[in-house]
Design a protein around this ligand. Structure first.
Ligand code: T3D
Length: 262
């Protein structure tokens, strides 16, 4: 049997494929475990400077595998699975000091939609759709949905999306600012891989600091954020890639960034 997450190391970046296509790549514990390990490995692997997350088959991810929730005795403690699996996954993606690109190749539902939104850059196939499926089974958007949605699309749309669980087509998602961009289905893989390869040649430490600043901005007031920008810029200015960027500018050539911290 094929593993539930495929890991492919490319030159400078890593592709992680959710691989349970007959279940629309919905999450079971095995897939959670493999994805967590793969993200941790990509995080510590110095040769990996960007991560691409995509789904196998016709969907990206349909959230929790509901067949694992059928026929159990008594009400489950879903808070425990959120604590054990979904929250750590979202925290891993948000704190990983490398860009994480999500290529949404088909339907992204429930936690699958919100895990996509937790990624740094979301690019979707024109036929993809995003569904906050939770309310249809009596649940609350999780995996950061109640955090990301209002910040990305505003409170009015967030409330309707969460309560109505209507699908949002990829083009609508792009128009609303829910995702970065839509591409034709047949070009999704090439576009996403090109983006990962591009990011793997950029100043990785600088990108990590950008990520840190934007993550913090959701909770900070302007003064706090200005202070943070000062501190992060101080660190960025000490990286070899900043020195190379300025040198290359002066010499009118393309910079060669190593991504190294020192
Ligand atoms: O439980 C906890 O730990 C709490 C955490 C919760 C996090 C969550 O994500 S809760 C939300 C769970 N997800 C959903 O409610 C979505 C359920 N799926 C759907 O609503 C639909 O499948 C889709 C709208 C995503 C796609 O519809 P469609 O018509 O394109 O495909 P389909 O025919 O419904 O699904 C194709 C197959 O995938 C089908 O299997 P079959 O009949 O061909 O053998 C279907 O059962 C399976 N599948 C789809 N989603 C799931 C799933 N199997 C298990 N779990 C799923 N979530």
């Amino acid at each position: 049997m094929e593993p539930s997450v495929l890991v492919e190391r490319r030159e400078g970046w890593t592709c992680l494929t959710l691989n349970r296509p007959d279940k629309l790549n919905s999450f079971n514990e095995d897939m959670h475990g493999r994805l967590a390990r793969a993200l941790d490995e990509a995080s510590t692997d110095d040769t990996c400077r960007a991560i691409l997350l995509i789904g196998a088959g016709r969907g990206f991810c349909a959230g929790q595998d509901l067949s694992d929730r059928v026929g159990r005795e008594g009400p489950p403690d879903l808070g425990a699975t959120i604590e054990a699996f979904y929250n750590p996954l979202v925290r891993r993606i948000r704190t990983l000091r490398k860009p994480v690109i999500c290529a949404v190749n088909g339907v992204a539902a429930g936690a699958g939609a919100n895990i996509a939104l937790a990624c740094d850059i979301v690019i979707a196939a024109r036929s993809a759709k995003f569904i906050q499926a939770f309310s249809k089974i009596g649940l609350v958007p999780d995996s950061g949905g109640t955090f990301f949605l209002p910040r990305l699309v505003g409170d009015a749309r967030a409330r309707a999306l969460a309560m109505l669980a209507e699908p949002v087509a990829a083009e609508q998602a792009e128009a609303w600012g829910l995702i970065w961009k839509v591409v034709d289905d047949e070009s999704l893989r090439d576009e996403a891989q090109g983006l990962a390869a591009h990011l793997s040649r950029q100043p990785t430490q600088g990108l990590a600091l950008i990520k840190e600043a934007l993550n913090a901005s959701a909770a900070n007031d302007l003064d706090t954020q200005l202070d943070l920008e000062r501190d992060l810029q101080r660190r960025a200015g000490q990286t070899p890639d900043y020195a190379e960027g300025v040198r290359a500018f002066a010499e009118k050539r393309v910079p060669i960034f190593t991504g190294r911290a020192s």
